[in-house]
Design a protein around this ligand. Structure first.
Ligand SMILES: [Zn+2]
Length: 336
């Protein structure tokens, strides 16, 4: 590939990634390392599928940035900030926890084009957005959150705790990415794809809550007796692990949430949708066409499915002609 072709292909992606990262840094949504991570994730995503792939990512970024401003002003939001002790700026680890799985799907899309990577990508962002909105909107809940399994009332920000308001936020956050991805990503059946991605996002968000209640590390400051997610409390005292596993940080759980979203989206969109089979071939169709120019069959003006060139993007198109010939359609004929 020539330098001009490389520039033509990747320059818009690098510009878009950098512009989004710079906007996030200026709006204090990203730290310096977080901005670098966001620029790389944005560039990979745009390289994979142009604006069609960038649209769900931008919806996630814009929606969660706007909501985190809303959350910061609320009492619940301040309680969550005290518990998680995360600044308002997302760092590299937090960016990769939310965007790493999506970027991985985008890299696969570049290396081996297939519509299923679009489903995995959208499922990952639906889960990340669902989880983010659940936290941000859940912070506005008038009732105290309860642990997902025991139902015990806990303080806002406790991992694995849920509220009805947060659940509504999770549904809305997942549906936003489902609708945007359904409209923009490649493939037919936009409504079914939007529904599948929304369900996948909800499943990812649920996995986040379950992991938060079971394996995620929870600490307590021995001096202030406050619950926290950090090794070191803001008072400067080293905290004690009181539940979960030390390796299972909030970032690990977020990455797991997006991986579940991607996996469920793949499962829901991968199997080929059964179509009514073509009628049995008639006697005329079974006759081998004569190659003589005097015997033109009516179909000869159209290229056959077996000789028609197919790019990666065209793989999903149903190949009825191939089926009629007794050939099984490739797995890629899914509607992803
Ligand atoms: Zn303390």
């Amino acid at each position: 590939m020539s330098v001009a072709a490389l520039l033509n292909r990747y320059a818009p992606a690098v510009c878009l990634g950098t512009a989004v990262a710079a906007a996030g840094y200026r709006r204090r949504a990203l730290s310096r390392s977080g901005a670098v991570g966001a620029a790389v994730v944005g560039a990979i995503t745009h390289s994979a599928g142009s604006w069609r792939w960038s649209a769900p990512l931008l919806a996630f970024f814009a929606g969660s940035s706007a909501l985190s401003r809303l959350e910061r002003g609320s009492t619940g939001g301040q309680a969550i900030a005290a518990m998680t002790e995360r600044g308002s700026r997302r760092d590299l680890a937090q960016v990769l926890a939310n965007g790493g799985v999506g970027a991985f799907a985008a890299l696969w899309r570049i290396a081996a084009p297939h519509p299923r990577w679009a489903s995995a990508f959208a499922g990952a962002y639906a889960a990340a957005n669902s989880d983010t909105w659940a936290t941000e909107i859940g912070a506005l809940s008038p009732t105290a959150p309860r642990m997902i399994f025991s139902g015990r009332e806990v303080q806002p920000g406790t991992s694995g705790a849920v509220t009805p308001t947060g659940l509504a936020g999770a549904v809305a956050g997942s549906a936003l990415i489902g609708v945007v991805a359904g409209c923009t990503l490649e493939g037919p059946y936009p409504l079914r794809r939007a529904a599948a991605i929304t369900i996948a996002g909800m499943a990812g968000s649920l996995a986040d809550s379950v992991a938060g209640a079971t394996i995620q590390a929870g600490y307590r400051c021995p001096r202030c007796r406050e619950a926290t997610e950090r090794h070191m409390h803001r008072c400067g005292t080293a905290t004690i692990l009181v539940r979960g596993h030390a390796w299972c940080s909030n970032e690990v759980v977020n990455a797991l949430c997006t991986a579940v979203g991607a996996g469920i989206a793949l499962l829901l969109t991968s199997p080929p949708i059964p179509r009514p089979l073509d009628p049995a071939p008639t006697k005329a169709a079974l006759v081998v066409p004569c190659s003589s120019p005097h015997h033109r069959s009516p179909d000869r003006s159209r290229p056959s499915a077996t000789t028609r060139p197919q790019s990666g993007d065209q793989l999903w198109r149903p190949t009825h002609r191939a089926r009629r010939g007794g050939q099984q359609p490739p797995a890629a004929t899914s509607w992803a």
